[in-house]
Design a protein around this ligand. Structure first.
Ligand code: UGA
Length: 436
């Protein structure tokens, strides 16, 4: 099948590349010419495991290509995927202006063979509005075509996006007409053969599935973080509590890792959007609001811990391990490390950071931090080490060596990735989240 992808951000690039890997011919378009040239040269604008190899192989096989020409892109495909960003708007509801611009641009280019698939996360009701607008506008161009539309949300996590695409839990299709439904079932045929559940719903239901899924996962995280705070007071161990709770099959053990709070480009934005969508509907979602509040409060809890560990801020140095919002990515959007580091900088604390992938991005926004070559350089002479991201390579840290190079052997493990007993055996004070 020939597929056009409009918007080569994270979702568009992963989706387009994976469709090519499944044997389709895919043309990806973005207005950012520099990015397109970079991709043609086989360079990926962000870090995502497996993606670069897949782009290179599919590009050389002629199944994947890139352009900055929207006309060329739209003419190429039968299915035109819209994967542009929907950043947070003024009232916390997603800003639809990129999608609206794309729709305006593609309408005069549409022909009978085309069907539109919206993959960007959009407020509930948007797909229907877009469909109505397309129907209305094509008349102005005297286009005699029935342009169908589907909403097909993505469930890709950064760091595991390629495998999330290739091994999905479910495929959700918001479709209201048969030809586009059949085309999408054909496109996702490999997964259907593997008995991956496919949900076919009306537009609004598919849009809500996306928000409700992300908000539920965010709520699980805030819930366990709240329990962790209580565990600390009573001396219970949150890791064991989460294991015990998660073994109940009705609950499940995923997304019950207590830590620094959720970050990234999705959970914070989508929970706030769902709250705003609920409020607009006359129903302010209290559980979602609580999840947001608990997450916002995590930074104060962390700052309180840092204050306690440092005593005061005068002439203090802090070594930060990990600034990405999670491991496996160089993304620092709404990373829990950011507000805490900003606070420390305001207090004139010297902040040294090391992250295997996200350092460049972080330095661009927080110029006062000192970027280090490795974990040891970041920890040298520091009064406290703080782990914000659970990069697996940190598990190899030589604590005996660290003990010799730090000013004070203090570890604040905000991802509970180390064994407190072992760390303490090396002469360190250890503080985790929900673990005393
Ligand atoms: C999330 C969803 O997991 C994807 O299904 C969804 O498609 C995506 O948003 C999106 O809407 O595009 P992502 O933001 O990449 O994916 O990352 P997650 O793995 O969900 O992690 C989000 C945050 O929660 C991270 O900061 C992570 O450290 C934190 N987290 C996760 C915890 O603190 N505890 C956990 O147990 C799990």
């Amino acid at each position: 099948m020939n597929i056009s992808i409009i918007g080569v951000g994270y979702v568009g690039l992963v989706t387009g590349t994976c469709f090519a890997e499944l044997g389709n011919h895919v043309l990806c378009m973005d207005i950012d010419e520099a990015k397109i040239n970079q991709l043609i040269e086989g360079r990926v604008p962000f870090y995502e495991p497996q993606l670069e190899e897949l782009i290179k192989s599919n590009y050389s096989l002629g199944r994947l290509d890139f352009t900055s020409n929207i006309e060329e892109c739209v003419k190429f495909g039968e299915l035109v995927f819209i994967t542009v960003g929907t950043p947070e708007g003024k009232n916390k509801s997603p800003d639809m202006h990129y999608i609206n611009e794309v729709i305006n641009e593609i309408i005069p280019l549409l022909e009978d063979k085309h069907q539109i698939v919206v993959k960007s996360t959009v407020p509930i009701g948007s797909s229907r509005e877009i469909k109505e607008r397309v129907d209305e506008e094509i008349k102005k161009y005297n286009i005699e075509a029935e342009i169908e539309l589907a909403f097909n949300p993505e469930f890709l996590s950064e760091g595991t996006a390629v495998s999330d695409f290739m091994f999905p839990d479910r495929i959700v299709l918001g479709v209201e007409t048969t030809p586009i439904k059949n085309k999408l079932l054909q496109l996702y045929g490999n997964f259907i053969e593997e008995n991956i559940p496919v949900l076919i719903t009306k537009y609004e239901t598919a849009e809500m599935i996306k928000y409700a899924s992300n908000a539920f996962l965010a709520t699980k995280i805030s819930y366990i973080n709240e329990i962790a705070a209580i565990c600390e007071y009573y001396g219970a161990n949150i890791k064991e509590v989460a294991d015990g709770v998660g073994l109940d099959r009705r609950i499940g053990n995923n997304f019950l890792r207590a830590g620094a709070g959720y970050g990234g480009s999705c959970f914070p934005k989508d929970t706030r959007a769902l709250y705003s969508l609920g409020a607009r509907a006359g129903h302010k979602p209290q559980i979602v609001k609580a999840a947001i509040n608990v997450n916002d409060n995590q930074k104060y809890i962390i700052i309180k811990k840092v204050k306690k560990l440092l005593g005061d801020f005068e002439d203090k140095t802090v070594g930060i391990l990990g600034v990405a919002f999670k491991p496996g990515t160089d993304d620092i959007r709404e990373a829990p490390a950011s507000p805490v580091i900003d606070y420390l900088i305001r207090k004139k604390v010297k902040v040294k950071i090391y992250d295997p992938k996200a350092m460049e991005n972080f330095k661009n926004l927080h110029s006062e931090v000192q970027c280090c070559e490795n974990e040891y350089e970041a920890c040298e002479n520091c009064d406290c080490i703080i782990v914000f991201t659970e990069w697996q390579e940190f598990l190899k840290l030589d604590f005996d060596y660290l003990r010799k190079i730090v000013n004070k052997p203090v570890l604040l493990d905000l991802r509970n990735m180390f064994d407190p007993i072992k760390v303490r055996e090396h002469g360190f004070s250890y503080l985790g989240v929900g673990i005393v």
